[in-house]
Design a protein around this ligand. Structure first.
Ligand SMILES: [Zn+2]
Ligand SMILES: [Zn+2]
Length: 417
């Protein structure tokens, strides 16, 4: 009897034009041998991993999918770089048509590829291609003086045209230049560059870059650059800010948001909120970005993603984030409040009546995450009640007191469980 293949494997088979797992494995092996991955770039996988991958094992699936994306781009990079050399990219002046990826792995592969095929500092093409304009390179290398010098000479009409110019294979608008170009500040950290690569890149600007990418970004926005312009796979500057999470990531994100970047811009797979939650999970120094995104009403794009974010928060982030993110990642109506439980129920939390639990066991497991909200809801309810009481009927005071006392007792009871 034929065993049904995991949907993720079917997706990979399609992506690599393979008819069997064995064929897929030998192709991946070949890419793995040809592309020497950078340390920390991926977790090695094997056919064994692929065959035993369960779709419900999202964390592990994520790692393997990410690997496949990297291998996919390694495989495509050489042919694309060759093609771009023969057919240099031309400028255009509007949002490009979005290239629709056939799978998540292809999307992640293209995301890696996009800034790595034709700009300096990339993994597959360290010195990049020369078809970008001087202005783009001024911004990319953070040379504020050259940038201002260039801008000053433009008429109002030419400035407008310049702000809408798209360049390179990814069809980047000017805003992308300083965001991606921040990697030039940290050229020493780039383990994939040889000493010769680093010398070649420095030569492009005689090693005297001003590294003022953030200042350039702000100036571009002030001049009217569109913060929601997207590249050929539909990603915006805010998206790339997550990929190049250097020291000033928070500054970049807050500047973009302040000038109207849409934190709910829809991308092919996932949302901006999910991307950041995932990317900075192990980097506490960037957690403020999550607060920042929430303050601009960032939301998960669907229920599945909301549950993924809840799970991530409960397993990788401090409690306060798990509680905070629940406000935008709510469960379905009448579904047990514990993130991993999908049981439908009408049994309300006895203390706040705001959420439901299928069993006391689920409630107990979830108490840590629900407790702060439970308390908040009780306070809200009590103050609502007290307003009514003082206005209408003092005799109801007893029931109000009873509900407050019940709340306190409930909390003690849950703590002792
Ligand atoms: Zn439950
Ligand atoms: Zn409650």
């Amino acid at each position: 009897m034929a065993i049904a293949l995991d949907p993720a494997i079917v997706e990979w088979l399609k992506l690599f034009n393979c008819s069997s797992c064995e064929e897929l494995y030998s192709k991946l092996e070949k890419i793995q041998t040809e592309h020497k991955p950078v340390e920390g770039e991926h977790v090695p996988f094997s056919l064994h991993d692929i065959k035993h991958l369960s779709v419900s094992d999202s964390e592990r699936g994520g790692i393997i999918l990410c690997d496949i994306g990297i291998y996919w781009s390694a495989d495509k990079a050489a042919e694309l770089i060759k093609d771009l050399r023969q057919n240099p990219q031309k400028e255009s002046f509007e949002n490009p048509v979005v290239y629709q990826c056939s799978s998540k792995a292809e999307y992640f592969g293209r995301t890696t590829l996009i800034s790595d095929v034709d700009l300096p500092g990339s993994k597959y093409n360290p010195v990049g291609h020369g078809y970008y304009s001087d202005l783009f390179f001024h911004m990319f290398f953070g040379n504020y003086s050259d940038f201002i010098e260039h801008i000053k000479k433009l008429s109002e009409q030419d400035l407008k045209k310049t702000l809408n110019t798209r360049e390179g294979y990814p069809q980047f608008s000017p805003l992308f230049a300083p965001i991606i170009g921040r990697r030039m500040i940290h050229i020493e950290r780039m383990s994939w560059l040889t000493e010769q690569n680093k010398r070649d890149i420095r030569m492009m600007y005689h090693g005297s870059n001003e590294n003022k990418q953030v200042k350039i970004l702000e100036k571009l926005l002030k001049l009217g650059a569109d913060p929601n312009a997207h590249d050929i796979i539909g990603n915006t500057p805010l998206y790339h800010a997550a990929y190049f999470r250097y020291d000033d990531a928070e500054k970049i994100v807050s500047t973009l948001l302040r000038y109207g970047a849409n934190p709910n811009h829809s991308i092919q797979y996932g949302s901006i909120l999910r991307l950041f939650c995932n990317f900075i999970a192990t980097l506490p120094e960037y957690w403020n970005i999550i607060d920042l995104l929430l303050s601009y009403n960032a939301k998960p794009r669907d229920y599945e993603e909301a549950m993924f974010i809840r799970y991530l928060m409960e397993t990788k982030y401090p409690l306060e984030y798990a509680v905070k993110l629940r406000e935008v990642c709510t469960k379905k109506k009448n579904e047990c409040e514990r993130t991993e439980c999908e049981v439908s129920t009408m049994k309300k939390c006895g203390a706040c009546s705001f959420v439901v639990y299928c069993t006391p066991a689920c409630q107990k497991l979830d108490w840590k995450f629900h407790k702060p909200t439970c308390k908040k809801k009780r306070v809200e309810k009590a103050s609502e009640n007290s307003a009514w009481i003082s206005y209408f009927d003092v005799r109801n005071m007893n029931s109000f007191l009873l509900s407050s006392i019940f709340g306190i007792l409930f909390e003690i009871f849950m703590q002792e469980l």
